[in-house]
Design a protein around this ligand. Structure first.
Ligand code: ADP
Length: 498
């Protein structure tokens, strides 16, 4: 009978071992490593062979190890290194691994070798410990930030909620939350926005981000809270399968925003009234003179017509006077409006796309944010030259008018489209703001740029007059597109920076 031990080579046993093994020569160089060791340490065979064994240790242990190595060669015996203590060794990528090491001297004819076996029996423990620590960290962070966590597996219709989420919805620990119960607790006015946010996250062509703010009423206590939920949808083969995210109570922030908004609206109304009364007196002052002159010229003309002394030359003079004075009145008014808004006009190079986005946020913060937006920007639009705040004011005025018009008419879908492009004909930047409101009839359309013209109960009628003056003060124009079938379309232009 053949002896299997004689048949099997050292190499095949070395390779077959379930533990990581290294063979070291009497100078401490690694001769070879089995595949378990290569896997554990992250080396290729060619990289590890020839290395000094100390290269696998953290720097601080290397010098000391030289000593231990020499001592071992002096007193050869099969034993575990460091009497059962664990050791740190380095993975190829620098990660420190904790291992038990045993050493077995092997004498061949001429040379002495040491077979080093690395046991990583406690690797799983380390991973588990690390997991417990990181879960604890996460729990503390969640607690500190008041976050609730949700994880919805839509394939299996399983909803995981932590305690904080249950608290928002007034559910008992371990109580399963049915979709119906989840949805009923959401304020009816906020359901559509939440659905829309969910639809956006489900869209496989989007980025899977989910972000929604809505009110939730705890059915047990009747307490209503504002919740801000953010999360990310996960996809399998292009199908949304799992939504994981966190939710936060933002009730206080919402109350503060509301108070602030009411306060600001009151202050703005007061301010607007003051501006209006000052503007009226300034305009009256500016117009008094030309009006008096026009009246005098008209009287002369009338007188001439009524009397037989009809003299074409003096009639023409009087009418010319009327025209000149009314033009002067127009100019004064214009200059006055521009001056009231601008003071010293300091212009700078501006990115109009950015200004449009800033103005949208501004309008939103003023309470004019509730509409569907279609934004078409020209990506490589050259810089324009203008006054940032004044251009923002034009846009905010147009947006607030559009929102008020749509809200007043109760249109089913409030939508605004903003287009920013190059008007090649005029060589100017061109912004178009279109809404889905009731639009304007011809008589109103003719008057909207007149100062103090308003159709609103609490309007002042200066918004468009000022906006037009601002567009012109910045070197552009503002106009209403005539004869539009649906909604209102406003355009304004601004010059490019030279
Ligand atoms: P006000 O502050 O009174 O709204 P504006 O000068 O901004 O003053 O607007 C003048 C009038 O123009 C408004 O009262 C309204 O009748 C009309 N208007 C302005 N924008 C729109 C719009 N987008 N749709 C319908 N009407 C509008």
């Amino acid at each position: 009978m053949t002896d299997p031990l004689k048949d099997l080579s050292f190499q095949s046993l070395f390779e077959a071992a379930a533990d990581a093994m290294l063979l070291i020569d009497n100078k401490g160089h690694i001769i070879c490593a089995n595949s378990v060791a290569l896997d554990l340490l992250g080396y290729a065979e060619a990289e590890i062979c020839g290395l000094e064994v100390e290269a696998l240790m953290p720097e601080e242990y290397r010098a000391q190890h030289h000593h231990h190595r020499n001592a071992f060669y002096r007193k050869l015996e099969k034993r575990s290194m460091g009497s059962g203590k664990t050791f740190s060794i380095l993975h190829h990528d620098g990660e420190v691994l904790t291992v038990d090491i045993s050493l077995s001297p092997m004498q061949s004819k001429q040379l002495l070798y040491v077979l080093v076996t690395l046991y990583v029996a406690d690797r799983r423990n380390q991973a588990e410990e690390a997991l417990v620590i990181s879960e604890e960290r996460l729990r503390l962070a969640k607690q500190a930030a008041g976050l609730g966590v949700f994880d919805f597996d839509s394939n299996h219709n399983i909803l995981y909620w932590d305690e904080r989420m249950r608290e928002f919805w007034g559910a008992e620990s371990n109580e399963a939350i049915a979709t119906k119960r989840f949805l009923t607790a959401i304020h009816p006015e906020d359901r559509a926005a939440r659905e829309a946010a969910l639809d956006r996250s489900i869209d496989p062509t989007g980025n899977g981000e989910y972000s929604a703010e809505y009110r939730v009423t705890n059915p047990a206590s009747g307490i209503e809270r504002w919740i801000s939920a953010i999360g990310r949808m996960h996809f399998e083969d292009g199908i949304a399968t799992r939504l994981i995210g966190v939710a936060r109570d933002i009730t206080e922030q919402k109350i503060m925003e509301k108070n602030w908004h009411v306060h600001r609206t009151e202050t703005e109304a007061l301010f607007a009234q003051q501006v209006a009364s000052q503007t009226v007196s300034a305009i009256a002052h500016e117009l008094n003179q030309p009006l008096a002159a026009i009246s005098a010229y008209s009287e002369v003309a009338l007188h001439a017509l009524q009397n037989d002394s009809f003299d074409q030359k003096s009639l023409k003079l009087a009418l010319d006077g009327c025209v000149r004075q009314s033009q002067r009145a127009g100019r004064s008014l214009h200059e006055l409006l521009a001056f009231l808004q601008k003071g010293e006009l300091v212009t700078e190079k501006l990115n109009l796309n950015h200004i449009v986005k800033e103005s949208l946020s501004l309008a939103k913060s003023y309470g004019y944010g509730k509409f569907q937006l279609e934004l078409q920007l020209e990506q490589d639009l050259p810089a324009i030259l203008g006054h940032r705040v004044q251009i923002q004011k034009i846009l905010v005025n147009l947006l607030s008018n559009a929102v008020e018009a749509m809200g007043g008419a109760g249109v089913p879908t409030s939508a605004i489209s903003i287009t920013v492009r190059t008007n090649a004909e005029l060589n100017m930047a061109h912004v178009t703001v279109q809404d889905s409101g009731p639009g304007l009839d011809a008589i109103t359309a003719n008057r909207i740029f007149e100062p103090f013209f308003t159709t609103k109960h609490n309007g002042i009628g200066m918004g468009l007059a000022i906006s037009r003056a601002l567009a012109e003060a910045n070197g552009g124009k503002l106009w209403l597109e005539p004869n539009v079938k649906a909604g209102a379309i406003f355009h304004f232009t601004l010059p490019f920076a030279p």
